[in-house]
Ligand binder design. Sequence first.
Ligand SMILES: [Zn+2]
Ligand SMILES: [Zn+2]
Ligand SMILES: [Zn+2]
Length: 592
Amino acid sequence: MGSETIKTGRLANGETQKSVHKEKRGLSSNGMNGKHENLGSNRAGTSSSGEGYDLMMNTGDVDGNLDGDIEPVFKKARQGDLTFQDIHDNGDFFDEDEEDDSDWEPVQKHVELIKWFCVNCTMVNLGDGAVCDLCGEHKDSGILRLGYFASPSSQDAGCSEVEFEMKGKNKEMHSQLSASNSSTAIGFDERMLLHSEVQMKSHPHPERSDRLRAIAASLATAGLFPGRCYPISAREITREELQMVHSLEHIQDVELTSHIFSSYFTPDTYANEHSACAARLAAGLCADLASTIFSGRVKNGFAMVRPPGHHAGVREAMGFCLHNNAAVAALAAQAAGAKKVLIVDWDVHHGNGTQEIFDQNKSVLYISLHRHEGGKFYPGTGSANEVGRNGAEGSCVNIPWSRGGVGDNDYIFAFQNLVLPIATEFAPDFTIISAGFDAARGDPLGCCDVTPAGYSRMTDMLYTLTGGKLLVILEGGYNLRSISSSATSVIKVLLGEGPGSELGNIAPSRAGLQTVLEVMKIQMNFWPSLGSSYAKLQSQWGAYCNTRKQIKKRQRTEPPIWWKWGRKRLLYHILVRRLHVKSKGKPSLHSS
Ligand SMILES: [Zn+2]
Ligand SMILES: [Zn+2]
Ligand SMILES: [Zn+2]
């Protein structure tokens, strides 16, 4: 599964075949129909396998019609735009090697290069090893069937007896369940799995349908969904609702893609014929979850949706995002009667779209924690100085990390000293979390270190804020194991399970502390309650800053860790990647 055998020198051909194969597998595998047939999905027309067949029949169009067809919706990325393109380029040096094979002609018949992409982290692996070099996932692991409960290092063994028993039990629980004001609702529709990149590039796109498959499989195996959570029926958002957030031109651009086999808004933001529908379903589910929660028909909810939304601005799709789901949900909550809505965005990237939509709106407070690194980390916006404008100053709070590797302690420290004090002063009656899980430990794009326990702690801290009226919306997150264990932890908190052990004193990193102090200094102009704690923190942590400095200096004299690694290929990976990124002068996705 997910592997391919390529004879040297025939890469292009092999990849075309693989992309078709992958589409077909994506649509027909995994038993999603069986698992969620009671979700109110009313897919018209063709069956799963029928759609797969259509794609196979259409592949002839790719070469002939692509250039002309994508013209209306292809918006050329502006010069200097930061994109996720780097991750596509990671595989380039392998391709170059494979094409430059003339010297090897005599042995070509006997050499077969096995190249496969890890199902868990998408990284390319060479050779006949069965386990991913980067994340340790077995190439035929059961992660898409059992979620993160599957053993990472061994092949999927098929259904066990325990599993059958559990599935039966889940169904039973599910049939007894109906919505009540104490239940947790889940928004999901399998048509969102059809949104995928048609063109096969040197690397699979990280925003792929397996993300939802892995989360759904984890929730099913844990008995949470189907099981303890309540499914809400899917609805496509209307054009009128979208126009409250997006320009008509943007909405029409997205609609147009449903007539085109493959198109791109930016080099990293793809669409196929199903993308517009998937985006309308994602936004519709978020809107309905928001109004259902606010009106008290359910207690809280989780939107298991894609494409993600927080980079989508008023008139622009970008960063894998087509429509801004969180913004649509915030306005739906307000239409249902909410006066003040809080959006906390813990995706590792700044939600530039959400900020743009609300930065003049005092009734929506947007707080984002993200890697920023002086604007070098995608999308480059979200400095602490961006606070909202035109009378809405303070309605935008950016907490911009200055480096990668940020972990639980820094996040929780920022929650204790910024997010909660500001949110309490704002006093929202509805809270939305833009929950990307790409700051999770193991994420190939985010390269941070937040654990499932950290995510459940943050959820718990926001949970109490608005009497539990909380909607969690999936944004990014690209390591299947990390996103599905994190999402499961968050949903357990929504179901009323506490986050575990009590919090001791949280010690932030020096860089994390500096960021928090910098943001406090700016935001205390708009949120007076920060004033006293700012002075206190400064005196409390001033000495700590100095001692940490000395420790850091001592650590730097140690030999670099990779000298201790025995595997030459890992070293090669890292060196080539570094050089590659440097020579292009783009920000590295792997910097830390
Ligand atoms: Zn991997
Ligand atoms: Zn964010
Ligand atoms: Zn992200």
